[in-house]
Design a protein around this ligand. Structure first.
Ligand code: NAD
Ligand code: DAU
Length: 335
């Protein structure tokens, strides 16, 4: 099987490639990645010389290139995206370009090249926000109601993927997943930002009242869900994937990190809130459990401990990532 992975140098994409090549040793992977600030080939060092792995540096918006790399491919797993909500608020343009137009270019090439499966990796943020202190969860019937330029651009891409199935019969699947965390996550997202700031002796910025809720999932569990969808999922279907957390507010997430790292609450700094900040996400993943037998393996406590250990062991990785343009972004975002 020849698999084209887009955005494979990013957080989830690189975890996916490492997992896939270990499990399916006869498969071939082509990784098409533009290497934006979020793409990092260091994540794939252990497999970079494998015979069945090829890296192509390029933009998914480039029609000619996309068409070329898709020749002879069986399956596309599409991770490439601008993925950070705060950056989408600072500048939505690359989000529309990559997430909407890039997905369109991939879909056109997938049709032309008769791809057997196009899997689109999406987010629970397309559903908007849930109220606090309720039992409500996002489910496969929940209507789309995105609030940030990021989630709106992902919603646009989801609709395009579905339309290519309904209109042109392209064999697609979609997964809408909650907040991932784990190794190789860029330290602009809450958990790696908190852990690396603390390792540098800095405070952790918490937005607003810190009572926002996310549904945390260890990245390996997400990758396993995609594997199952690719092998057993129904063509044309959307699967919702979520974690095991019971409405843990951000404040508590940071407190757990402080506890594991032996730091006091004086390391929390409440800062200006994110505009349009979604209050709560929570996923009902009972359908993928029933249909494909998937469920998360990592408790939040276990996943968090593993993640912190990884960042402690891989100081060189995140120190390199946190230099250069990261510093300018941090200053702009948090001042
Ligand atoms: P990331 O930002 O870590 O990585 C994105 C990757 O895409 C990078 O390697 C980047 O270089 C590449 N890329 C960006 N624009 C590109 C372009 N125009 N052409 C080619 N490559 C390009 O993102 P992530 O957190 O790994 O997320 C991967 C996917 O999963 C995204 O589609 C995101 O919307 C989705 N998702 C993420 C989460 C999460 O919690 N991180 C949860 C649910 C869904
Ligand atoms: O829900 C899935 C989504 O999760 C993915 O689609 C996105 O790609 C991914 O970035 C993530 O989006 P969030 O905005 O939820 O993740 P982030 O880590 O940026 O923020 C998590 C929560 O923590 C959110 O309520 C905002 C808050 N936060 C974040 C940062 C960076 C803070 O309080 N302080 C911070 O410095």
């Amino acid at each position: 099987m020849k698999v084209l992975v887009t955005g494979g140098a990013g957080f989830i994409g690189s975890n996916f490639i490492l997992y896939w090549l270990k499990k399916y040793t006869r498969d071939e992977i082509i990784n098409l990645d533009k290497l934006t600030y979020a793409g990092n080939l260091e994540n794939l060092k252990t497999i970079e010389n494998s015979k069945n792995y090829q890296f192509v540096k390029g933009d998914i918006v480039n029609k000619k290139l996309v068409d070329k790399v898709m020749k002879g491919v069986d399956m596309v797993v599409h991770f490439a995206a601008e993925s950070h909500v705060d950056r989408s608020i600072l500048d939505p343009a690359p989000f529309v370009k990559t997430n909407v137009e890039g997905t369109y270019v991939l879909l056109e090439a997938a049709l032309k090249n008769k791809i057997k499966r196009f899997h689109h990796v999406s987010t629970d943020e397309v559903f908007g926000a849930l109220p606090l202190h309720t039992e409500e969860k996002f489910n496969p019937q929940t209507a789309y109601n995105p609030h940030s330029p990021y989630s709106a651009s992902k919603a646009g891409s989801d609709h395009l993927v579905r339309a290519y199935h309904t209109t042109y019969d392209l064999p697609i699947t979609i997964s809408n997943c909650s907040n991932n965390y784990g190794p190789y996550q860029f330290p602009e997202k809450l958990i790696p930002l908190a852990v690396t700031n603390l390792l540098e002796g800095k405070k952790v910025p918490v937005y607003g009242d810190g009572l926002y809720v996310r549904d945390w999932l260890y990245v390996e569990d997400h990758v396993r869900a995609i594997d199952l969808i690719l092998h057993k999922g129904k063509v044309g279907k959307t699967y919702l994937v979520g974690g095991l957390t019971d409405d843990i507010p951000n404040r508590q997430v940071v407190e757990e990190i402080l506890k594991i790292m032996g730091k006091g609450e004086n390391f929390i700094e409440y800062v200006k809130d994110r505009p349009g900040h979604d209050r709560r996400y929570s996923i009902d993943w009972s359908e993928i459990k029933k249909e494909l037998g998937w469920q998360p393996k990592h408790s939040f406590k276990e996943g968090l401990k593993k993640t912190i250990e990884w960042y402690i062991k891989n100081k060189d990785w995140w120190q390199r990532v946190k230099s250069g343009s990261y510093k300018a972004y941090y200053k702009k975002q948090y001042k």
